[in-house]
Design a protein around this ligand. Structure first.
Ligand code: ATP
Length: 378
């Protein structure tokens, strides 16, 4: 097994499309790393460079201790799982899973004739590995079916089985769940995590879905316009986003952003002003423009029990515009002195559209971003 590293890697298409821009990222041995970002941010290109399907324009791509820039894809010891499963339609499930192994291990027909006993041993080994992978992914009963006789979820499992029988050093997965319906996606997400725990194979997983990234990644690397924005554990990225882009991309509903100014130890958003937590570095930015960020889940209905003590400084008077019921909570669209805020409010709330509300803010969890650089001030 092995880790993967990008060292100063760029990929330039044509004259000036910088799909990946000076990427430095280390995926540790046995780690599950998610590359996440909006469409076009360069995550697939980064993955394809590990696989050798795309050449790096600059920099080094390492698998383990080996620089693989010049190693052909078939010799990189990686297995890829794509969004479209790319199964062979004329082969049954067993043969689909075994195909790559047969190609690799059994070599040519004449070799098999000349080495009949060795070929028999390899065939038995392949048979064991196919059955073991099928058992792990719970598709043993479909081994004789063709892909067209399977559901989308079952096909995706065959694609996964085909990848794991190879026992590669590294798994590369490009949006492997996006063809599945919502329920199956959640289930397969869980299965992939369990599989990773069992096999411990270094995995690089690409998705545009921040929920997948948060729930699956041991660490996540967030990209924008080919540039790595932050790489850390999901809870760390959520609690301490490096910049406004990451703060807005991670979390649902997205973080509220308000233009504000630092004034005498407070952050003044016009519609309301909040004291900065003591020792906050933004206190030293007196007079400077900033962006105030407040996560919807750090706003509370004062009428309900919360752990956030109410003070005059953290209580806002709001009018409720819209309440969207999600079952376990409401997404409340609020107006505070003309400023719009979105809040995630517990399902027990009595607030309804048109209600006047008192809303508490958890002041310890507000975020301040430099208005020009958009970097977090912390
Ligand atoms: P998506 O989620 O939509 O697949 P992505 O984050 O994976 O997006 P990439 O597919 O890596 O993004 O593309 C990054 C950028 O490089 C995009 O601007 C894309 O248009 C460009 N690009 C990708 N492949 C090529 C190519 N073969 N030729 C020219 N430009 C390309």
């Amino acid at each position: 097994m092995a880790g993967v590293a990008f060292k100063g890697v760029s990929k330039i298409f044509g004259k000036d499309v910088k799909a990946v821009n000076d990427l430095n990222l280390e995926v540790k041995d046995q780690e599950f790393m998610v590359l996440v970002g909006p469409s076009g941010c360069g995550k697939t290109t980064a993955l394809r460079m590990i696989a050798g399907l795309e050449e790096a324009s600059l920099g080094d791509i390492m698998i383990g201790e080996v620089r693989v820039n010049d190693v052909p894809p078939k010799d990189r010891d990686i297995a890829m799982v794509f969004q479209n499963y790319a199964l062979y339609p004329h082969m049954n499930v067993y043969d689909n899973i075994a195909f790559g192994l047969r190609l690799r291990e059994l070599k040519g027909f004449f070799w098999q004739l000349a080495n009949a006993s060795e070929a028999k041993r390899i065939k038995e080994d392949i048979d064991n590995r196919v059955k073991e992978a099928a058992r792990m992914l719970d598709i043993e009963k479909y081994l004789t079916r063709r892909p067209k006789e399977l559901s989308g979820g079952q096909r995706q499992r065959v694609a996964l089985a085909r990848a794991i029988v190879r026992k590669p050093k590294v798994f590369l997965m490009d949006e492997p769940l996006s063809n599945l319906d919502a329920k199956l996606r959640v289930q397969t997400r869980y299965e992939l995590i369990s599989l990773h725990r069992k096999l411990g194979i270094t995995t690089v997983y690409v998705t545009h879905d921040q929920v997948e990234a948060m729930t699956m990644g041991q660490r996540m690397a967030i990209m924008k316009d080919g540039v790595l924005q932050q790489c850390d554990k999901p809870e760390e990225v959520y609690s301490h986003p490096a910049n406004k882009f990451v703060a807005g991309f991670i979390g649902s509903p997205p973080m509220n952003f308000l233009d504000a100014v630092i004034k005498d130890g407070r952050v003044d958003a016009g519609a309301f002003s909040l004291p900065l937590p003591s020792g906050h570095p933004a206190i030293a930015m007196n007079g400077q423009r900033v962006t105030l960020g407040i996560r919807p889940e750090e706003l509370f209905d004062k009428a309900l029990p919360t752990n956030v003590p109410a003070t005059p400084d953290n209580t806002l008077k709001a009018v409720v515009d819209v309440m969207e019921p999600l079952g376990h909570e409401y997404v409340a669209y609020l107006q505070v002195n003309g400023a719009k805020l979105v809040a995630s409010i517990d399902k027990e709330t009595k607030l309804r559209p048109g209600s006047e509300a008192e809303i508490l803010i958890n002041l310890d969890r507000i975020h301040i971003f430099d208005a020009d650089t958009e970097q977090a001030v912390r």
